[in-house]
Ligand binder design. Sequence first.
Ligand code: RB5
Length: 153
Amino acid sequence: MAETNTIFVGSDHAGYSLKKTLLEILKKDLPNLRFEDCGTDTEASCDYPDFAKKVATQVVHKQTRGILICGTGIGMSIAANKIHGVRAAEVWDATSARLCREHNNANIICFGARLVGPETAIDICKTWLKTEFLGGRHQGRLDKIAELERKQP
Ligand code: RB5
């Protein structure tokens, strides 16, 4: 299946405000991409695995990418990585965002609204969205990760 240009974005209550800010800016600055908000839609307390599941499922089915935001990014990355085919990376700056794409072909990035400010979050997203996977020696390592999904030791 071809990679679509829709980026699925989700958060829990802790990431809601940062997600709103980010979506406004990304939609304006990156008109060639489509951003789809998978919730949450309020600041009412909710459970991050529900939104990790929504975004991760879309990313795998549509062969595209996703962005998940919670308080720390940690819960979202743990939950998203339970879905087969997801390589979710917790990132905290543009360098980690670039490397998780170049080396790990991360199809989801997660970060924490309580740890990362709006400017860094924008930098993270723009860097990650424009970076390509390097392939080569890194592909063999990803094949080993996929094998771990198929066969538990
Ligand atoms: C919510 O308080 C917080 O636990 C959640 O946003 C996230 O940081 C979990 O990893």
